[in-house]
Design a protein around this ligand. Structure first.
Ligand code: ACM
Length: 619
Protein backbone atom coordinates (compact mmCIF):
# COMPACT_ATOMS: atom_id res chain seq x y z
CA UNK A 1 0.00 0.00 0.00
CA UNK A 2 2.82 2.40 0.91
CA UNK A 3 4.54 1.68 -2.41
CA UNK A 4 1.37 2.43 -4.37
CA UNK A 5 0.86 5.68 -2.55
CA UNK A 6 4.45 6.70 -3.10
CA UNK A 7 4.13 6.05 -6.83
CA UNK A 8 1.04 8.20 -7.10
CA UNK A 9 2.51 11.05 -5.16
CA UNK A 10 5.71 11.22 -7.17
CA UNK A 11 3.67 11.06 -10.37
CA UNK A 12 1.73 14.09 -9.29
CA UNK A 13 4.83 16.15 -8.48
CA UNK A 14 5.77 17.34 -12.00
CA UNK A 15 2.27 18.74 -12.47
CA UNK A 16 2.92 21.18 -9.63
CA UNK A 17 5.70 22.72 -11.62
CA UNK A 18 3.16 24.05 -14.15
CA UNK A 19 1.17 26.31 -11.80
CA UNK A 20 -1.36 27.71 -11.88
CA UNK A 21 -3.62 24.71 -12.21
CA UNK A 22 -7.39 25.15 -11.89
CA UNK A 23 -8.29 26.58 -8.48
CA UNK A 24 -9.72 23.49 -6.79
CA UNK A 25 -10.37 23.18 -3.04
CA UNK A 26 -9.51 20.69 -1.69
CA UNK A 27 -6.56 19.97 -3.96
CA UNK A 28 -7.09 16.58 -5.65
CA UNK A 29 -4.77 13.66 -5.05
CA UNK A 30 -3.42 14.06 -8.57
CA UNK A 31 -4.22 16.55 -11.29
CA UNK A 32 -2.72 17.02 -14.72
CA UNK A 33 -3.62 19.92 -16.95
CA UNK A 34 -4.38 18.98 -20.54
CA UNK A 35 -4.51 21.23 -23.58
CA UNK A 36 -7.63 22.97 -24.73
CA UNK A 37 -11.06 22.98 -23.17
CA UNK A 38 -14.53 21.54 -23.35
CA UNK A 39 -17.60 23.77 -23.45
CA UNK A 40 -20.89 22.62 -21.98
CA UNK A 41 -23.80 24.04 -23.94
CA UNK A 42 -27.52 23.54 -23.46
CA UNK A 43 -27.22 20.84 -26.16
CA UNK A 44 -24.70 18.79 -24.18
CA UNK A 45 -26.23 15.49 -23.08
CA UNK A 46 -25.63 13.37 -20.02
CA UNK A 47 -25.11 9.66 -20.43
CA UNK A 48 -25.50 8.27 -16.91
CA UNK A 49 -24.44 4.67 -17.19
CA UNK A 50 -26.08 3.27 -14.09
CA UNK A 51 -29.69 2.61 -13.13
CA UNK A 52 -29.00 3.80 -9.55
CA UNK A 53 -31.60 6.53 -9.03
CA UNK A 54 -29.49 8.35 -6.40
CA UNK A 55 -26.66 8.79 -8.89
CA UNK A 56 -28.92 9.85 -11.74
CA UNK A 57 -30.50 12.46 -9.47
CA UNK A 58 -27.21 13.92 -8.25
CA UNK A 59 -25.87 14.21 -11.81
CA UNK A 60 -29.00 16.02 -12.94
CA UNK A 61 -28.94 18.38 -9.92
CA UNK A 62 -25.29 19.24 -10.37
CA UNK A 63 -25.59 20.01 -14.10
CA UNK A 64 -28.85 21.98 -14.28
CA UNK A 65 -30.48 22.41 -17.66
CA UNK A 66 -28.82 19.41 -19.32
CA UNK A 67 -30.77 16.42 -20.56
CA UNK A 68 -30.06 12.86 -19.48
CA UNK A 69 -29.85 10.62 -22.51
CA UNK A 70 -28.14 7.33 -21.81
CA UNK A 71 -27.76 6.65 -25.54
CA UNK A 72 -25.79 9.89 -26.06
CA UNK A 73 -22.48 9.36 -27.86
CA UNK A 74 -19.41 10.17 -25.71
CA UNK A 75 -18.28 12.74 -28.30
CA UNK A 76 -19.27 16.26 -27.16
CA UNK A 77 -21.18 14.90 -24.21
CA UNK A 78 -20.69 14.02 -20.52
CA UNK A 79 -20.48 10.36 -19.60
CA UNK A 80 -20.92 9.37 -15.95
CA UNK A 81 -20.18 5.77 -15.13
CA UNK A 82 -20.57 3.84 -11.88
CA UNK A 83 -17.80 1.29 -12.39
CA UNK A 84 -14.74 -0.09 -10.64
CA UNK A 85 -11.58 2.03 -10.65
CA UNK A 86 -8.38 0.40 -9.35
CA UNK A 87 -7.18 1.59 -5.92
CA UNK A 88 -9.51 4.56 -5.72
CA UNK A 89 -11.38 3.75 -2.49
CA UNK A 90 -15.03 4.15 -1.61
CA UNK A 91 -15.11 7.92 -2.11
CA UNK A 92 -12.67 8.25 -5.01
CA UNK A 93 -13.29 9.13 -8.65
CA UNK A 94 -11.60 9.75 -11.96
CA UNK A 95 -12.50 12.80 -14.01
CA UNK A 96 -11.22 13.37 -17.53
CA UNK A 97 -12.08 16.59 -19.33
CA UNK A 98 -10.85 16.74 -22.93
CA UNK A 99 -11.86 18.97 -25.83
CA UNK A 100 -14.11 16.14 -27.08
CA UNK A 101 -16.06 15.38 -23.91
CA UNK A 102 -16.11 14.69 -20.18
CA UNK A 103 -15.83 11.32 -18.49
CA UNK A 104 -16.51 10.79 -14.76
CA UNK A 105 -16.03 7.32 -13.32
CA UNK A 106 -16.32 6.12 -9.73
CA UNK A 107 -17.05 2.81 -8.04
CA UNK A 108 -19.67 4.25 -5.69
CA UNK A 109 -22.21 7.06 -5.50
CA UNK A 110 -19.96 9.01 -3.11
CA UNK A 111 -17.20 9.17 -5.71
CA UNK A 112 -19.62 10.38 -8.39
CA UNK A 113 -20.80 13.07 -5.98
CA UNK A 114 -17.24 14.26 -5.30
CA UNK A 115 -16.36 14.16 -8.99
CA UNK A 116 -19.37 16.37 -9.68
CA UNK A 117 -18.24 18.85 -7.01
CA UNK A 118 -14.83 19.02 -8.71
CA UNK A 119 -16.46 19.50 -12.09
CA UNK A 120 -18.54 22.34 -10.66
CA UNK A 121 -15.40 24.08 -9.38
CA UNK A 122 -13.80 23.75 -12.83
CA UNK A 123 -16.64 25.82 -14.31
CA UNK A 124 -16.52 29.65 -14.30
CA UNK A 125 -17.73 31.42 -11.14
CA UNK A 126 -21.03 32.17 -12.88
CA UNK A 127 -21.98 28.54 -12.11
CA UNK A 128 -22.58 29.71 -8.51
CA UNK A 129 -25.27 32.24 -9.38
CA UNK A 130 -28.51 31.15 -7.68
CA UNK A 131 -30.79 29.52 -10.24
CA UNK A 132 -27.93 28.91 -12.69
CA UNK A 133 -28.70 26.79 -15.80
CA UNK A 134 -26.54 26.04 -18.79
CA UNK A 135 -27.67 28.16 -21.73
CA UNK A 136 -26.51 28.79 -25.28
CA UNK A 137 -26.40 26.16 -27.97
CA UNK A 138 -22.96 26.80 -29.46
CA UNK A 139 -19.46 26.71 -28.02
CA UNK A 140 -18.93 30.34 -29.02
CA UNK A 141 -21.90 31.66 -27.04
CA UNK A 142 -21.70 29.38 -23.98
CA UNK A 143 -18.89 31.04 -22.06
CA UNK A 144 -20.33 29.93 -18.72
CA UNK A 145 -19.83 26.28 -19.72
CA UNK A 146 -16.08 26.40 -20.39
CA UNK A 147 -14.02 23.75 -18.60
CA UNK A 148 -10.25 23.42 -18.99
CA UNK A 149 -8.96 20.04 -20.15
CA UNK A 150 -7.71 18.11 -17.15
CA UNK A 151 -7.14 14.60 -15.83
CA UNK A 152 -7.95 14.13 -12.14
CA UNK A 153 -7.64 11.06 -10.00
CA UNK A 154 -8.83 11.72 -6.51
CA UNK A 155 -9.67 10.19 -3.15
CA UNK A 156 -9.68 11.51 0.42
CA UNK A 157 -6.93 11.16 2.98
CA UNK A 158 -9.43 10.77 5.86
CA UNK A 159 -12.87 9.20 6.15
CA UNK A 160 -14.10 11.68 8.82
CA UNK A 161 -14.24 15.20 7.41
CA UNK A 162 -16.50 17.02 9.79
CA UNK A 163 -18.01 20.38 10.53
CA UNK A 164 -19.86 21.18 13.74
CA UNK A 165 -22.57 23.81 14.15
CA UNK A 166 -23.75 24.91 17.60
CA UNK A 167 -27.46 25.75 17.27
CA UNK A 168 -27.97 26.20 21.02
CA UNK A 169 -26.20 29.45 21.86
CA UNK A 170 -27.67 30.98 18.73
CA UNK A 171 -30.58 29.32 16.95
CA UNK A 172 -30.34 28.73 13.21
CA UNK A 173 -33.31 27.88 11.02
CA UNK A 174 -33.71 24.55 9.26
CA UNK A 175 -33.17 26.41 5.97
CA UNK A 176 -29.81 27.74 7.13
CA UNK A 177 -28.77 24.34 8.45
CA UNK A 178 -29.42 22.95 4.98
CA UNK A 179 -27.35 25.72 3.36
CA UNK A 180 -24.54 24.98 5.82
CA UNK A 181 -24.62 21.29 4.85
CA UNK A 182 -24.84 22.07 1.15
CA UNK A 183 -21.76 24.25 1.27
CA UNK A 184 -19.79 21.77 3.41
CA UNK A 185 -20.55 19.01 0.94
CA UNK A 186 -19.29 21.11 -1.96
CA UNK A 187 -15.91 21.15 -0.28
CA UNK A 188 -16.10 17.41 0.27
CA UNK A 189 -16.89 17.39 4.00
CA UNK A 190 -18.94 14.32 4.88
CA UNK A 191 -19.92 14.63 8.58
CA UNK A 192 -22.29 17.22 9.99
CA UNK A 193 -21.92 17.29 13.77
CA UNK A 194 -25.11 18.94 15.02
CA UNK A 195 -24.61 20.42 18.50
CA UNK A 196 -28.31 20.31 19.36
CA UNK A 197 -28.34 21.01 23.08
CA UNK A 198 -26.45 23.22 25.47
CA UNK A 199 -27.04 25.54 28.41
CA UNK A 200 -28.69 28.21 26.28
CA UNK A 201 -31.26 26.09 24.46
CA UNK A 202 -32.56 22.59 23.76
CA UNK A 203 -33.22 22.40 20.02
CA UNK A 204 -34.66 18.99 19.20
CA UNK A 205 -38.20 17.79 19.81
CA UNK A 206 -38.34 14.78 22.14
CA UNK A 207 -41.94 13.63 22.12
CA UNK A 208 -41.76 11.79 25.45
CA UNK A 209 -40.27 14.87 27.20
CA UNK A 210 -42.22 17.82 25.79
CA UNK A 211 -40.94 20.41 28.28
CA UNK A 212 -37.45 20.09 26.77
CA UNK A 213 -38.64 22.26 23.88
CA UNK A 214 -41.67 23.94 25.47
CA UNK A 215 -39.38 25.42 28.15
CA UNK A 216 -35.82 24.52 27.17
CA UNK A 217 -35.88 26.02 23.68
CA UNK A 218 -36.64 29.58 24.83
CA UNK A 219 -34.68 32.22 26.67
CA UNK A 220 -34.60 35.95 27.33
CA UNK A 221 -33.68 37.99 24.23
CA UNK A 222 -30.31 39.70 24.46
CA UNK A 223 -27.80 41.28 22.14
CA UNK A 224 -24.23 42.50 22.51
CA UNK A 225 -21.12 40.81 23.83
CA UNK A 226 -21.69 37.35 25.24
CA UNK A 227 -20.64 37.84 28.83
CA UNK A 228 -21.87 41.41 29.04
CA UNK A 229 -25.44 40.26 28.47
CA UNK A 230 -27.78 40.80 31.38
CA UNK A 231 -29.06 37.83 33.30
CA UNK A 232 -32.71 36.89 32.81
CA UNK A 233 -35.14 38.93 34.86
CA UNK A 234 -37.87 37.09 36.81
CA UNK A 235 -41.16 37.12 34.89
CA UNK A 236 -39.47 38.13 31.61
CA UNK A 237 -40.92 36.76 28.35
CA UNK A 238 -38.68 34.00 27.01
CA UNK A 239 -38.94 35.11 23.39
CA UNK A 240 -35.61 34.08 21.82
CA UNK A 241 -35.08 30.56 20.55
CA UNK A 242 -36.58 27.77 18.53
CA UNK A 243 -36.21 24.06 17.90
CA UNK A 244 -36.50 21.47 15.15
CA UNK A 245 -39.52 19.18 15.06
CA UNK A 246 -38.83 15.52 14.41
CA UNK A 247 -40.15 15.94 10.85
CA UNK A 248 -37.67 18.77 10.32
CA UNK A 249 -34.83 16.65 11.71
CA UNK A 250 -35.71 13.84 9.28
CA UNK A 251 -35.82 16.34 6.43
CA UNK A 252 -32.33 17.63 7.27
CA UNK A 253 -30.94 14.11 7.67
CA UNK A 254 -32.32 13.18 4.23
CA UNK A 255 -30.97 16.40 2.69
CA UNK A 256 -27.54 15.60 4.13
CA UNK A 257 -27.65 12.00 2.89
CA UNK A 258 -28.30 13.25 -0.65
CA UNK A 259 -24.99 15.07 -0.31
CA UNK A 260 -23.07 12.12 1.14
CA UNK A 261 -23.11 13.74 4.59
CA UNK A 262 -23.69 11.74 7.77
CA UNK A 263 -25.38 13.66 10.58
CA UNK A 264 -24.00 13.09 14.08
CA UNK A 265 -26.32 14.45 16.78
CA UNK A 266 -24.75 15.74 19.99
CA UNK A 267 -26.71 15.76 23.23
CA UNK A 268 -24.18 17.33 25.57
CA UNK A 269 -24.04 15.76 29.07
CA UNK A 270 -23.57 15.63 32.03
CA UNK A 271 -22.60 19.34 31.90
CA UNK A 272 -23.93 22.00 29.50
CA UNK A 273 -27.43 20.86 30.48
CA UNK A 274 -28.98 24.05 31.88
CA UNK A 275 -31.75 24.25 29.25
CA UNK A 276 -32.92 20.71 30.05
CA UNK A 277 -32.64 21.43 33.76
CA UNK A 278 -34.77 24.56 33.38
CA UNK A 279 -37.40 22.24 31.90
CA UNK A 280 -36.93 19.37 34.38
CA UNK A 281 -35.26 20.65 37.59
CA UNK A 282 -35.20 17.18 39.14
CA UNK A 283 -32.34 16.30 36.81
CA UNK A 284 -29.83 17.94 39.19
CA UNK A 285 -28.66 16.96 42.66
CA UNK A 286 -30.49 19.86 44.33
CA UNK A 287 -33.63 19.94 42.17
CA UNK A 288 -33.39 23.74 42.20
CA UNK A 289 -35.53 25.62 39.65
CA UNK A 290 -33.26 27.62 37.32
CA UNK A 291 -33.79 29.95 34.36
CA UNK A 292 -31.90 29.70 31.06
CA UNK A 293 -29.09 32.25 31.01
CA UNK A 294 -28.41 34.12 27.75
CA UNK A 295 -24.71 34.25 28.71
CA UNK A 296 -22.09 32.08 30.41
CA UNK A 297 -22.03 33.96 33.70
CA UNK A 298 -23.89 31.30 35.69
CA UNK A 299 -21.11 28.71 35.24
CA UNK A 300 -20.13 27.16 38.61
CA UNK A 301 -22.80 29.30 40.34
CA UNK A 302 -25.83 27.39 39.08
CA UNK A 303 -25.71 23.60 38.70
CA UNK A 304 -25.86 22.81 34.97
CA UNK A 305 -24.95 19.13 35.40
CA UNK A 306 -27.15 16.06 35.49
CA UNK A 307 -27.22 14.20 38.79
CA UNK A 308 -25.03 11.20 37.93
CA UNK A 309 -25.99 9.36 41.10
CA UNK A 310 -29.71 8.99 40.56
CA UNK A 311 -31.29 6.22 38.46
CA UNK A 312 -33.97 8.58 37.18
CA UNK A 313 -31.27 10.54 35.30
CA UNK A 314 -30.51 7.40 33.28
CA UNK A 315 -34.21 6.88 32.57
CA UNK A 316 -34.27 10.42 31.17
CA UNK A 317 -31.23 9.71 29.00
CA UNK A 318 -32.78 6.46 27.81
CA UNK A 319 -35.92 8.27 26.69
CA UNK A 320 -33.91 10.91 24.84
CA UNK A 321 -31.63 8.39 23.10
CA UNK A 322 -34.53 6.13 22.13
CA UNK A 323 -35.90 8.97 20.01
CA UNK A 324 -32.51 10.24 18.86
CA UNK A 325 -31.53 6.76 17.65
CA UNK A 326 -34.71 6.54 15.58
CA UNK A 327 -34.15 9.94 13.97
CA UNK A 328 -30.51 9.60 12.98
CA UNK A 329 -29.62 6.57 10.87
CA UNK A 330 -25.84 7.02 11.28
CA UNK A 331 -23.90 4.81 13.70
CA UNK A 332 -22.94 7.53 16.23
CA UNK A 333 -24.43 9.50 19.10
CA UNK A 334 -22.18 12.24 20.50
CA UNK A 335 -22.75 12.60 24.25
CA UNK A 336 -20.55 15.64 24.85
CA UNK A 337 -18.86 15.12 28.21
CA UNK A 338 -16.95 18.43 28.05
CA UNK A 339 -16.47 21.04 30.74
CA UNK A 340 -18.73 19.44 33.34
CA UNK A 341 -18.30 21.41 36.57
CA UNK A 342 -18.39 18.70 39.20
CA UNK A 343 -18.48 20.93 42.29
CA UNK A 344 -22.14 20.26 42.98
CA UNK A 345 -21.55 16.50 42.95
CA UNK A 346 -19.19 16.83 45.90
CA UNK A 347 -22.11 17.95 48.07
CA UNK A 348 -24.64 15.61 46.47
CA UNK A 349 -26.39 13.33 48.98
CA UNK A 350 -27.07 10.69 46.33
CA UNK A 351 -23.39 10.50 45.34
CA UNK A 352 -21.90 9.39 48.65
CA UNK A 353 -23.57 5.94 48.73
CA UNK A 354 -23.02 5.52 44.98
CA UNK A 355 -19.29 6.25 45.35
CA UNK A 356 -18.99 3.80 48.21
CA UNK A 357 -20.95 1.09 46.40
CA UNK A 358 -18.90 1.44 43.19
CA UNK A 359 -15.49 2.19 44.68
CA UNK A 360 -15.36 5.66 43.08
CA UNK A 361 -12.62 7.79 44.62
CA UNK A 362 -13.39 11.24 43.24
CA UNK A 363 -15.70 13.26 41.01
CA UNK A 364 -13.66 12.42 37.89
CA UNK A 365 -14.44 8.78 38.54
CA UNK A 366 -18.10 9.70 38.95
CA UNK A 367 -18.01 11.27 35.48
CA UNK A 368 -16.35 8.13 34.12
CA UNK A 369 -19.04 6.00 35.83
CA UNK A 370 -21.67 8.25 34.25
CA UNK A 371 -20.20 8.02 30.73
CA UNK A 372 -19.82 4.23 30.98
CA UNK A 373 -23.48 3.93 31.95
CA UNK A 374 -24.45 6.29 29.15
CA UNK A 375 -22.40 4.18 26.73
CA UNK A 376 -24.48 1.13 27.68
CA UNK A 377 -27.65 3.10 26.89
CA UNK A 378 -26.19 4.31 23.56
CA UNK A 379 -25.20 0.75 22.66
CA UNK A 380 -28.64 -0.58 23.64
CA UNK A 381 -30.01 1.64 20.85
CA UNK A 382 -27.54 0.11 18.37
CA UNK A 383 -25.23 3.16 18.34
CA UNK A 384 -21.63 4.03 19.17
CA UNK A 385 -20.62 6.71 21.66
CA UNK A 386 -18.47 9.72 20.85
CA UNK A 387 -17.37 12.19 23.52
CA UNK A 388 -15.10 15.21 23.90
CA UNK A 389 -11.69 14.44 25.37
CA UNK A 390 -12.79 15.05 28.98
CA UNK A 391 -14.31 11.54 28.85
CA UNK A 392 -10.74 10.28 29.31
CA UNK A 393 -10.72 11.63 32.86
CA UNK A 394 -11.44 8.92 35.38
CA UNK A 395 -11.10 6.25 32.66
CA UNK A 396 -12.55 5.82 29.15
CA UNK A 397 -15.74 3.91 28.42
CA UNK A 398 -14.83 0.64 26.65
CA UNK A 399 -15.90 1.46 23.08
CA UNK A 400 -15.79 5.24 23.07
CA UNK A 401 -14.55 7.34 20.17
CA UNK A 402 -12.79 10.47 21.40
CA UNK A 403 -13.04 13.93 19.88
CA UNK A 404 -9.88 15.77 20.91
CA UNK A 405 -10.46 19.50 21.28
CA UNK A 406 -8.12 20.71 24.07
CA UNK A 407 -5.17 20.27 21.72
CA UNK A 408 -3.94 16.91 20.43
CA UNK A 409 -3.02 15.26 23.73
CA UNK A 410 -6.44 13.81 24.53
CA UNK A 411 -6.51 12.21 21.10
CA UNK A 412 -3.01 10.83 21.53
CA UNK A 413 -3.88 9.35 24.94
CA UNK A 414 -7.08 7.78 23.57
CA UNK A 415 -5.30 6.31 20.55
CA UNK A 416 -2.60 4.88 22.83
CA UNK A 417 -5.44 3.02 24.56
CA UNK A 418 -6.62 1.75 21.16
CA UNK A 419 -9.63 4.05 20.78
CA UNK A 420 -10.64 5.75 17.52
CA UNK A 421 -10.06 9.50 17.53
CA UNK A 422 -11.29 12.58 15.72
CA UNK A 423 -8.83 15.44 15.98
CA UNK A 424 -10.26 18.90 16.39
CA UNK A 425 -7.70 20.90 18.40
CA UNK A 426 -9.02 24.37 19.07
CA UNK A 427 -5.77 25.99 17.93
CA UNK A 428 -6.45 24.84 14.35
CA UNK A 429 -10.10 23.84 14.15
CA UNK A 430 -12.18 26.26 16.24
CA UNK A 431 -13.62 28.64 13.68
CA UNK A 432 -15.36 30.65 16.40
CA UNK A 433 -11.98 32.04 17.51
CA UNK A 434 -10.48 35.30 16.26
CA UNK A 435 -9.12 34.85 12.74
CA UNK A 436 -7.28 38.16 12.61
CA UNK A 437 -6.06 40.92 14.88
CA UNK A 438 -8.80 41.32 17.51
CA UNK A 439 -8.78 45.10 17.05
CA UNK A 440 -10.33 44.59 13.61
CA UNK A 441 -12.71 41.71 14.35
CA UNK A 442 -16.09 41.22 16.02
CA UNK A 443 -15.45 40.25 19.63
CA UNK A 444 -14.75 36.62 20.45
CA UNK A 445 -11.80 34.88 22.14
CA UNK A 446 -8.56 33.03 21.43
CA UNK A 447 -6.88 32.98 18.04
CA UNK A 448 -7.02 30.60 15.08
CA UNK A 449 -5.70 32.18 11.91
CA UNK A 450 -6.28 30.80 8.43
CA UNK A 451 -2.63 29.75 8.38
CA UNK A 452 -3.13 27.89 11.68
CA UNK A 453 -6.02 25.96 10.17
CA UNK A 454 -3.97 25.21 7.08
CA UNK A 455 -1.05 23.96 9.21
CA UNK A 456 -3.28 21.45 11.04
CA UNK A 457 -1.84 17.92 10.97
CA UNK A 458 -4.32 15.37 12.37
CA UNK A 459 -1.92 12.44 12.69
CA UNK A 460 0.68 12.80 15.46
CA UNK A 461 3.93 10.85 15.04
CA UNK A 462 3.37 8.68 18.04
CA UNK A 463 0.08 6.93 17.23
CA UNK A 464 -1.33 4.26 14.93
CA UNK A 465 -2.52 6.17 11.86
CA UNK A 466 -5.63 4.05 11.36
CA UNK A 467 -7.01 5.17 14.75
CA UNK A 468 -7.18 8.78 13.56
CA UNK A 469 -10.51 8.82 11.73
CA UNK A 470 -10.01 12.42 10.64
CA UNK A 471 -10.80 15.88 11.90
CA UNK A 472 -13.35 18.59 12.11
CA UNK A 473 -13.98 22.35 12.02
CA UNK A 474 -16.21 23.53 14.88
CA UNK A 475 -18.40 26.62 14.98
CA UNK A 476 -19.57 27.54 18.49
CA UNK A 477 -22.03 30.39 18.36
CA UNK A 478 -21.94 32.37 21.61
CA UNK A 479 -20.70 35.31 19.52
CA UNK A 480 -22.33 34.34 16.21
CA UNK A 481 -25.84 35.82 16.27
CA UNK A 482 -26.65 35.51 12.54
CA UNK A 483 -26.14 33.10 9.67
CA UNK A 484 -24.34 35.87 7.76
CA UNK A 485 -21.76 36.05 10.53
CA UNK A 486 -21.58 32.25 10.70
CA UNK A 487 -20.43 32.32 7.06
CA UNK A 488 -17.83 34.98 7.92
CA UNK A 489 -16.41 32.77 10.68
CA UNK A 490 -16.47 29.52 8.69
CA UNK A 491 -14.96 30.67 5.38
CA UNK A 492 -12.13 30.58 4.46
CA UNK A 493 -10.91 28.57 7.47
CA UNK A 494 -13.14 25.67 6.45
CA UNK A 495 -11.41 25.71 3.04
CA UNK A 496 -8.14 25.07 4.86
CA UNK A 497 -9.50 22.25 6.99
CA UNK A 498 -11.23 20.69 3.97
CA UNK A 499 -7.86 20.50 2.28
CA UNK A 500 -6.11 19.13 5.37
CA UNK A 501 -8.70 16.35 5.62
CA UNK A 502 -8.99 15.45 1.95
CA UNK A 503 -5.70 16.14 0.17
CA UNK A 504 -2.44 14.18 0.40
CA UNK A 505 -0.26 15.74 3.09
CA UNK A 506 2.59 16.50 0.70
CA UNK A 507 0.43 18.52 -1.71
CA UNK A 508 -0.06 21.23 0.87
CA UNK A 509 1.22 24.54 -0.44
CA UNK A 510 0.29 27.73 1.45
CA UNK A 511 0.88 30.35 -1.28
CA UNK A 512 -0.97 28.24 -3.84
CA UNK A 513 -3.78 27.64 -1.34
CA UNK A 514 -4.17 31.40 -0.88
CA UNK A 515 -4.36 31.84 -4.67
CA UNK A 516 -7.14 29.26 -4.79
CA UNK A 517 -8.97 30.78 -1.80
CA UNK A 518 -9.11 34.12 -3.59
CA UNK A 519 -10.53 32.42 -6.66
CA UNK A 520 -13.23 30.79 -4.51
CA UNK A 521 -14.08 34.18 -3.00
CA UNK A 522 -15.17 35.22 -6.50
CA UNK A 523 -17.47 32.20 -6.55
CA UNK A 524 -18.88 33.17 -3.14
CA UNK A 525 -19.42 36.73 -4.37
CA UNK A 526 -21.57 35.41 -7.21
CA UNK A 527 -23.45 33.12 -4.82
CA UNK A 528 -23.98 35.87 -2.21
CA UNK A 529 -22.14 33.93 0.51
CA UNK A 530 -20.17 35.83 3.14
CA UNK A 531 -16.53 35.14 4.04
CA UNK A 532 -13.63 36.79 5.82
CA UNK A 533 -10.58 38.44 4.28
CA UNK A 534 -8.94 38.81 7.69
CA UNK A 535 -5.81 36.91 6.60
CA UNK A 536 -5.03 40.01 4.50
CA UNK A 537 -4.84 42.16 7.65
CA UNK A 538 -1.65 42.80 9.57
CA UNK A 539 -1.57 41.59 13.17
CA UNK A 540 0.25 42.93 16.16
CA UNK A 541 2.02 41.12 18.96
CA UNK A 542 3.58 42.74 22.00
CA UNK A 543 6.90 41.26 22.86
CA UNK A 544 8.27 43.05 25.86
CA UNK A 545 6.34 44.84 28.46
CA UNK A 546 8.43 46.18 31.30
CA UNK A 547 7.74 49.36 33.20
CA UNK A 548 6.61 51.77 30.52
CA UNK A 549 8.27 49.91 27.61
CA UNK A 550 6.05 48.16 25.12
CA UNK A 551 7.87 46.47 22.24
CA UNK A 552 5.75 46.02 19.13
CA UNK A 553 5.99 43.29 16.49
CA UNK A 554 4.07 43.66 13.27
CA UNK A 555 3.20 40.46 11.45
CA UNK A 556 1.35 39.18 8.41
CA UNK A 557 0.22 35.71 7.44
CA UNK A 558 1.44 36.05 3.85
CA UNK A 559 5.01 36.31 2.60
CA UNK A 560 6.23 39.29 0.58
CA UNK A 561 3.98 41.83 2.27
CA UNK A 562 5.08 45.36 3.18
CA UNK A 563 3.73 46.82 6.42
CA UNK A 564 3.58 50.58 7.03
CA UNK A 565 2.67 52.15 10.34
CA UNK A 566 2.19 55.37 12.23
CA UNK A 567 2.26 56.25 15.93
CA UNK A 568 1.64 59.98 15.45
CA UNK A 569 -2.15 59.79 15.06
CA UNK A 570 -2.04 60.04 11.25
CA UNK A 571 -3.27 57.57 8.65
CA UNK A 572 -0.51 55.32 7.29
CA UNK A 573 0.15 54.65 3.60
CA UNK A 574 3.10 53.44 1.53
CA UNK A 575 5.04 56.64 2.36
CA UNK A 576 4.81 56.03 6.12
CA UNK A 577 7.56 54.27 8.08
CA UNK A 578 8.00 50.75 6.77
CA UNK A 579 8.16 48.04 9.39
CA UNK A 580 11.61 46.42 9.48
CA UNK A 581 11.99 45.05 13.00
CA UNK A 582 10.38 45.17 16.45
CA UNK A 583 10.27 48.68 17.86
CA UNK A 584 9.57 50.33 21.18
CA UNK A 585 6.25 52.16 21.20
CA UNK A 586 7.14 55.86 21.56
CA UNK A 587 6.47 57.50 24.89
CA UNK A 588 3.38 59.69 24.74
CA UNK A 589 1.97 58.13 21.55
CA UNK A 590 -1.66 57.18 21.98
CA UNK A 591 -2.29 54.75 19.10
CA UNK A 592 -0.74 52.48 16.52
CA UNK A 593 -2.06 52.27 12.98
CA UNK A 594 -0.83 49.69 10.47
CA UNK A 595 -1.56 48.94 6.80
CA UNK A 596 -0.42 46.08 4.55
CA UNK A 597 0.61 46.34 0.88
CA UNK A 598 0.95 43.49 -1.60
CA UNK A 599 2.61 44.21 -4.96
CA UNK A 600 2.34 47.93 -4.24
CA UNK A 601 -1.40 47.86 -3.49
CA UNK A 602 -3.09 48.14 -0.09
CA UNK A 603 -4.77 44.94 1.09
CA UNK A 604 -6.91 44.12 4.09
CA UNK A 605 -8.09 46.48 6.78
CA UNK A 606 -6.09 49.17 8.53
CA UNK A 607 -5.43 48.31 12.17
CA UNK A 608 -6.05 51.11 14.64
CA UNK A 609 -5.11 50.13 18.20
CA UNK A 610 -5.07 52.43 21.24
CA UNK A 611 -1.94 52.27 23.39
CA UNK A 612 -4.00 51.09 26.35
CA UNK A 613 -5.02 48.01 24.37
CA UNK A 614 -1.45 47.31 23.31
CA UNK A 615 -0.27 47.57 26.89
CA UNK A 616 -2.70 44.89 28.01
CA UNK A 617 -1.68 42.40 25.31
CA UNK A 618 0.51 39.77 26.79
CA UNK A 619 3.02 38.16 24.48
C1 ACM B 1 -15.74 22.36 23.86
O1 ACM B 1 -15.24 23.26 23.19
N1 ACM B 1 -16.20 22.62 25.07
C2 ACM B 1 -15.85 21.01 23.37
Amino acid sequence: MKAILFGLLTLSLPTFAQLPLPALIPQPQSIQAGTGQFTITAKTQLAVLTPVAEVRQMVQTSLPGLRINDLAKPANNITVRLAPVANIGREGYELVVSPTGIRLTAPEAAGIFYGLQTLRQLLPAERERPGFRFTGTSVTTSKNGIIPAVVIRDQPRFGWRGMMLDVSRSFFTKEYVKQFIDLMARYKYNVFHWHLTDDQGWRIEIKSLPRLTQVGAWRAPRTGRWNNRENPVPGETQSYGGFYTQDEIREVVQYAAERQVMVVPEIDMPGHMLAAIAAYPNLTCSGKVVPIYPNGKFYKLEDNTLNPCNDSTYLFIDKVFTEIAQLFPGPYIHVGGDEAFKGFWEQCAACKPLMAANGLKNVEEIQSYFIRRVEKIVQSKGKRLIGWDEILEGGLAPNATVMSWRGMNGGIAAAKQGHPVIMTPFQNCYVDLYQGDPSAEPSTYGICRLSNSYAFEPVPDSVRTELILGGQANLWTESVPTSRHAEYMVWPRAFAIAEVLWSPKNTRNWPDFVRRVESHFSRFDVAGINYSRSYLNPYVTVQKQTTGIVEILLNHELAGIDLFYTTDNTLPDAMSPKYMQPFVFPKGADRLRVVAYRDGKPIGRMLDIPFTDLATRAR
